[in-house]
Design a protein around this ligand. Structure first.
Ligand SMILES: *Cc1c(COP(=O)(O)O)cnc(C)c1O
Length: 425
């Protein structure tokens, strides 16, 4: 059986870095900003994008490349681009298709940092977003489109609303309107969900979360499905000569890699927000155990959700893996598991919730999610505090919401910790 047919578990471990005889078994860290060439002509060809190869680690690097190739393989894409943060991945994924004067649509239940980026910073750049309610009908969603709408953006499992995206509806929307569907698959991970197979065109991740999985490295990644038709008339930047590269035409010179090549050689070249080799090494190292970790994250989260749901002091629990959840069936259709994040509120409200958080001993209060250690966060006062009340409601954040990222510790210890903390109120 060839490598192309390896199952995801095998590619998670062995994909990306393929050493030749005598080379290191483990992906090496190429901690070098630059690359040596024998002739001026070779470097000139690199600058003109006529030959593949590394020239400067602001644009590409062998360690990052191995990580990119593994992520492209896991998501089923044609190429990937590693970035300095998940925020950079979202930024570049959108700006690569929408310039000043353009508009795009995003599902309102989003990570708080993404809401700020889309509504505040993009506005300063002249790119306008409409945040939509995911429950709108296909026709209502189409009515939100304008002449200059260039993309649809959503999260597989929204952080922290835990809404599961209706892939059929949103991919039909994007296809009918001839714009790419860009999916933030951070909570999905390529092990639980592969959006490109569900009609998405581009996938992004905050690699900081489950990909790294150990809270060591901030990073992001963009994966190109390679299937979107950039020649449909809406995307002249892909089909007209790029003067900054001696008239390269991305769709002509790079075919189905047009999107990801353009993102790298325009945006990352100019912004310089590429992943560092050290972070690519660590992200790849974490990624090697993704499938094993995700099964346990999902199992532990379901057990904690069931425990909290049955607790008399708990007012509500939001975990799509619970049969009572509005998106349980949607999740069954699209996901292999519901991830390791859940939220809940205590009956006595936000202040009592804070007491519970402060009383936890095993679970720590940290601004993070999706790593091996159980942690909690209060979005309304932490990650989402820059949002307006209306944006908070759109993002699915109520004042009493406590977000729990369920780690890989023994589940009985995790439950005991919440049990003793809830006993304090
Ligand atoms: C954390 C997060 C981001 C931002 O990623 P950074 O790596 O922190 O820049 C984007 N989307 C989701 C869903 C996230 O959880």
């Amino acid at each position: 059986m060839g490598k192309e047919n390896w199952a995801i578990e095998t590619r998670t471990i062995q994909g990306g870095w393929e050493p030749k005889s005598g080379e290191p078994r483990v992906l090496p860290i190429c901690q070098s900003t630059t690359y040596k060439y024998d002739t001026v002509e070779e470097v000139a060809q690199l600058f003109d994008l006529e030959a593949p190869g590394h020239m400067y680690s602001r644009i590409s690097n062998p360690t990052c490349e191995a990580f990119e190739n593994k992520m492209a393989s896991l998501e089923g894409g044609v190429g990937a681009l590693a970035t300095s943060a998940g925020q950079t991945a979202s930024t570049v994924a959108i700006l690569n298709v929408a310039s000043s004067g353009d508009h795009f649509i995003a599902v309102g239940a989003l990570y708080g940092g993404t809401v700020s980026l889309f509504t505040n910073t993009f506005k300063k750049l002249g790119v306008e977003v409409t945040l939509v309610d995911a429950d709108l009908s296909l026709d209502e969603l189409k009515a939100c489109f304008k002449e200059n709408t260039k993309a649809v953006f959503g999260e597989t499992i929204a952080n922290p609303a835990m809404d599961v995206l209706d892939f059929d509806k949103f991919s039909t929307l994007a296809k009918d309107m001839k714009v790419p569907l860009i999916i933030d698959n951070t909570f999905g991970t390529p092990y639980l969900c592969q959006p490109l197979k569900l009609g998405a065109d581009i996938v992004i991740h905050s690699a900081t979360k489950y990909i790294d999985g150990h809270a060591t490295s901030v990073g992001g990644i963009i994966v190109d499905g390679g299937t979107f038709d950039w020649t449909n008339g809406k995307f002249p930047e892909f089909t007209e000569p790029d003067e900054s590269y001696h008239g390269v035409v991305y769709t002509k010179n790079f075919g189905n890699m047009a999107y990801i090549v353009k993102a790298r050689v325009q945006w990352i070249r100019d912004l310089g927000s590429y992943m560092s080799p050290m972070n690519a090494f660590l992200s790849n190292l974490g990624l090697e155990t993704l499938h094993v970790r995700m099964d346990r994250h999902c199992e532990n989260a379901l057990k904690l959700a069931e425990y909290l749901e049955a607790h008399p002091k708990v007012g509500w629990v939001n975990y799509p893996g619970l049969k009572s959840h509005k998106h349980f069936e949607m999740g069954k259709k699209y996901l292999k598991g519901y991830s390791g994040v859940l939220s809940f509120g205590v009956k006595d409200g936000a202040e009592a919730g804070e007491t519970v958080m402060n009383s936890l001993e095993l679970a720590a209060i940290v601004v993070h999610v999706a790593d091996v250690r159980t942690c909690v966060l209060h979005p309304a006062r932490m990650t989402h505090r820059q949002l307006t009340d209306e944006e908070l409601i759109n993002a699915g954040v109520t004042p009493d919401l406590i977000r729990v990222s369920v780690g890989l510790e023994n589940i009985d210890d995790i439950i005991s910790d919440f049990d003793q903390a809830l006993a304090k109120i």
